[in-house]
Design a protein around this ligand. Structure first.
Ligand code: ATP
Length: 958
């Protein structure tokens, strides 16, 4: 066993050991943690704290899933029948010289396999990419190392580390509790038990205690619901309980997107439709032949026609194009700081009608700077920038020394002590570790010469009632040094403190929402002593609070209470009463500069932004008005009002409210539900543990990447890596672009399929001998000459009006708004052009003979016209509204490239002999090729004329 190895037996029984014993076994210290050197050694020895990936679906399952598609099954059937026909011809010696037998069968099966493999590669890549993205959003962990609190990546944890956890955190490794305050942990990931458990460091449990009852240890993957704790890391990586049962790890979500579901439905419709058409063509052909007294002589021709039709109807390239588009969309979004956790969000984001956003950090910068302090009827202005603890205190324009004003000194001490953040200087720049609101308070205290570190040791914290968004306040209980060591009289050397106590041994400092704190105060601190608070004082305080809030400041109220003993855990309601009022602190959290434009963009796009905040209504209104979120006639509703409203009331008003202030997380759920009942498609942001239900309920749940808790990220569809409201708007725009492009290439691909099917069906009806297109040629068209331009259309840049129109309903069918009729219309035009060409070529071209000219080359002319016409279609379909001449041809080089490459490939099929033999095409004379291109151009002209016509009629395009 090496110096640091865990004693094997202890590894399983940390819950039966005293804290000290555990620390000793792991050779670490509860106050200073490990040293950097020790960490390096242990990282070498134990490896990173990572769980080995468990795949969502096995590779085999992903592969098999690819062949469960009805269209591919139909292709397999076509391959088999075609193979059987070839076998008969071969046996009967009917093969032409040089013809490869089973060509179609092999090609179709190759396409089926290729499609399967492509789908497989795409899907497994998508799963891997999602897993990687998930890691990217994986949280940091706070630990004590080298005697200082630092934040490290979860994977760098080692046994022996001292880890600090608080509400909202997902525990990153297994560990033994060293100390805790109101710590509650939900262990459902391990035990399946939904109820959170109270954890207690002081317990020592029997060895045989079951996992769910080990109240003095915590496990990786569980969630801290309340309170905080200091934990000795005992096991990391695959050695943790979660690692041991890695199969229980939540698999990466890979649910089919609504689009994929719609595609399955589309497959069913196409397959059924084509089977009906085949029945009509075959049945009709047979009856016609019989009536002419020729019996079943044309049956083989008819079967070949049906096989070609079946191949033609399946958009073989579509699944790959869709997967690639979604994957590209996800990548584009992550480059813009929106990390998609659930694929459907990519396309549904574009349908958002209402964005409910938190204020702090999302609309504002979350860089707090205290601007004013109000205590004992005096308002102090505070200067200084950022978190640098340098600045002046001014009273009525005069800079004052803190020592001249004992009341503000007391307030600053409360700021420093009732606080969990730390100030650190890194390369000359001051930074905070912890909540910015609290960071601003430590900075403020520092400006007045009150150093948090010193005061923390002077008045050590012995207990606390932690902050939560529901409580909107927090308290810390500090021991007054020199008092509780048996000496009855106060020996605290500091006059600031001695002013606050008589003979008590403890001081509680409370801070939080001012109205709430004031309501719990019975006394008023006036510099050196306290008196009962009177109504006038209460009115003055509230007036000052409103004054600060209406300037957009975030205001906190402060109070204290002397105590003779430490209040028991869970007694916050009774203990946080009878407080002595200290004062108000107002801090500025400037709006993010980019948000104003983003709000305007939302409005133009028919999306309503709504602010939901725990802050005061006046603060909220000032900021919302500044950003353009609140407009004339908009209502503000407070949490209290919301509490009193019935669900129906809320539903009736919900469209008029643009600010919800002083709300608790559970209100968010009601707001989302009310909006959804009004038919809105809601995106909702959240960061706390208790925001998770609202995030799940929202159509798009958005978690904060920086300040968000792990629990909220787990519940979300998308994570904002920069916490920025403007990013939501950008992602929405991307969502719209993705959806528009998907619709665009569906129109493009299916229009062509419909054209092919009708053209093939027309040949026997018109009494032309033979099938114009062989299955192999159809596959070529569907995959190559349609596929490449379709892929290029997937990256079409946004149309200028993408954020100038209202959102489309996410529930609309993919064929809505004329897409279905466009497909059929264009399919028919496509077919008419090809049929006229086919009829003409059949009768005229056949008659012209000469060297190298085959009488069957009319078929190649049809094939070429169908392919080249699609090139014109691809160019014209780039915009629904703008004519091609109005667009920059180089703005999507991919389309240009795809058109050039595909045309060259198509010409090679005609003029390169081995390819010509393989694909069964015929050599065309330049005149014939010119005729094909001329006919093809009609397609382009038609679509451009349609756009012009719609424009003249003032109609909205598809
Ligand atoms: P958002 O706008 O993103 O909802 P918020 O800051 O308004 O965020 P919370 O963080 O839940 O919402 O805070 C709610 C209220 O609780 C604040 O307005 C403030 O009065 C009080 N508060 C915030 N942070 C603290 C803290 N660290 N200690 C005590 N009270 C706090």
């Amino acid at each position: 066993m090496s110096a640091h190895s865990l004693p094997e037996k202890a590894a399983a029984v940390w819950h039966s050991l005293e804290v000290d014993k555990s620390l000793e076994l792991l050779k670490t210290n509860a106050d200073s943690g490990l040293t950097s050197q020790e960490v390096q050694q242990r990282l070498q020895e134990y490896g990173p704290n990572e769980l080995e990936e468990t795949a969502g679906r096995s590779a085999w399952e992903i592969l098999v899933d690819q062949f469960k598609n009805i269209m591919l099954l139909m292709l397999i059937a076509v391959a088999i029948i075609s193979g059987a026909l070839d076998l008969i011809s071969w046996q009967q010696g009917e093969l032409k010289p040089g013809e490869v037998p089973f060509k179609d069968t092999i090609a179709i099966l190759a396409i089926v396999i290729l499609n399967g493999i492509l789908g497989y590669v795409q899907e497994s890549r998508a799963e891997k990419a999602l897993a990687a993205l998930k890691k990217l959003s994986s949280p940091n962990v706070r630990v004590i190392r080298d005697g200082k609190p630092v934040e490290i990546a979860g994977k760098d944890l080692v046994p022996g580390d001292v880890m600090l956890v608080e509400a909202g955190v997902q525990v990153a490794a297994d560990g033994r509790l060293i100390e805790q305050s109101n710590l509650q942990i939900r262990e459902s990931a391990l035990t399946g038990e939904a109820e959170a458990v109270n954890k207690r460091a002081e317990l020592v449990l029997p060895e045989e205690t079951s996992l769910g009852d080990r109240l003095n240890v915590v496990y990786q993957g569980t969630e801290v619901v309340q309170g905080r704790g200091k934990i000795l890391v005992t096991n990391t990586g695959m050695k943790t309980e979660l690692g041991k049962i890695a199969s229980m790890l939540q698999a990466v979500e890979s649910e089919p997107t609504p689009l994929q579901q719609r595609m399955t439905q589309l497959g069913n419709v196409l397959v059924t439709g084509s089977l009906i058409l085949v029945a009509i063509v075959v049945g009709g052909g047979v009856i016609q032949n019989m009536m002419q007294g020729k019996g079943f002589s044309n049956l083989q021709d008819l079967v070949e026609v049906s096989l070609s039709m079946a191949v033609a109807v399946v958009p073989e390239g579509l699944p790959a194009v869709i997967t690639v588009t979604l994957a590209l969309g996800t990548q584009r979004m992550v480059r813009r700081n929106a990390l998609i956790r659930k694929l459907p969000a990519v396309e549904t984001l574009g349908s958002v009608t209402t964005i409910c956003s938190d204020k702090t950090g999302t609309l504002t910068q979350n860089k707090m700077v205290v601007q004013s302090a109000y205590t004992n009827n005096k308002t102090f202005r505070v200067t200084g920038e950022g978190y640098t603890p340098k600045g002046e205190f001014q009273l009525e324009g005069q800079t004052i020394s803190i020592n001249q004003s004992p009341e503000i000194q007391t307030l600053l001490v409360a700021c420093a002590l009732c606080n969990d953040s730390f100030l650190q200087q890194e390369q000359g720049e001051w930074k905070i570790l912890g909540d910015p609101t609290e960071g601003a308070l430590v900075t403020l205290a520092g400006k007045g010469g009150i150093e948090k570190d010193q005061w923390d040791s002077k008045l050590p914290r012995v207990s606390e009632f932690p902050f939560s968004s529901e409580r909107k306040r927090m308290s810390v209980i500090c021991r007054v040094e020199g008092v509780n060591d048996g000496v009855s009289s106060l020996t605290s050397p500091d006059p600031v403190i001695s002013n606050l106590l008589q003979s008590e041994k403890y001081l509680m400092f409370t801070k939080g929402s001012p109205e709430l704190i004031l309501a719990r105060c019975t006394h008023f601190h006036a510099g050196t002593g306290s008196t009962p608070v009177n109504d006038q004082q209460r009115r003055d305080i509230l007036a000052e609070n409103d004054q600060m809030a209406s300037k957009g400041l975030r205001v906190l109220g402060f109070a204290y209470k002397p105590l003779t003993e430490i209040p028991p855990e869970g007694s916050d309601e009774t203990s946080e009463q009878g407080l002595v009022w200290l004062g108000l602190i107002g801090m500025l959290d400037a709006p993010r500069p980019e948000v104003r434009a983003a709000v305007q963009e939302c409005r133009d796009a028919g999306i309503r932004p709504v602010m939901i905040t725990g802050d005061h209504q006046l603060t909220a209104r000032a900021i919302a008005t500044d950003l353009g979120i609140a407009q004339e006639g908009d209502r503000v509703i407070t949490g209290q009002e919301l509490q009193r409203m019935s669900d129906q009331d809320l539903e009736q008003n919900v469209d008029l409210v643009s600010i919800y202030a002083r709300v608790a997380p559970e209100h968010k759920l009601r707001i989302v539900q009310a909006l959804q009942r009004r038919g809105r498609f809601v995106a909702m942001t959240g960061d706390g543990v208790n925001d998770a239900p609202a995030l799940k309920q929202a159509d798009i749940g958005i978690a904060m990447g920086i300040t968000g808790t792990d629990v909220s990220k787990e519940a979300s569809d998308m994570v904002l890596l920069d916490d920025n409201f403007a990013t939501i708007v950008t992602a929405t725009k991307e969502g719209r672009v993705v959806y528009t492009n998907i619709r665009r290439f569906i129109k493009y691909i299916l229009g062509s399929n419909i054209g092919e099917v009708i053209t093939i069906a027309a040949a026997p009806i018109l009494g032309l001998g033979g099938v114009p297109l062989s299955p192999l040629q159809i596959l070529w068209m569907n995959l190559v000459t349609d596929g490449l331009p379709a892929l290029a259309l997937a990256v079409e840049p946004p149309e200028p009006d993408v954020m100038k129109r209202p959102p489309f309903s996410p529930r609309e069918s993919i064929f809505a708004r004329g897409l279905g009729s466009y497909m059929i219309r264009i399919g028919i035009i496509f077919a008419i052009i090809s049929i006229i060409l086919m009829e003409w070529a059949y009768h005229h071209v056949q008659a012209v003979t000469g060297p190298g000219l085959d009488p069957e080359r009319w078929k190649t002319m049809v094939f070429t016209t169908l392919c080249v016409a699609q090139m014109g279609h691809a160019i014209a379909i780039r915009s629904n509204t703008r004519l091609t001449i109005e667009m920059n041809p180089f703005s999507n080089l991919f389309v240009l490239g795809a058109v050039v490459v595909t045309t060259i490939l198509q010409l090679m099929l005609i003029y390169v002999a081995p390819l010509r033999n393989f694909f069964g095409t015929h050599w065309l004379s330049p005149t014939e090729l010119g005729i094909c291109i001329g006919f093809s151009a009609l397609m382009f002209v038609w679509i451009e004329l349609e756009k012009l016509f719609l424009r003249l009629m003032g109609k909205k395009p598809v």
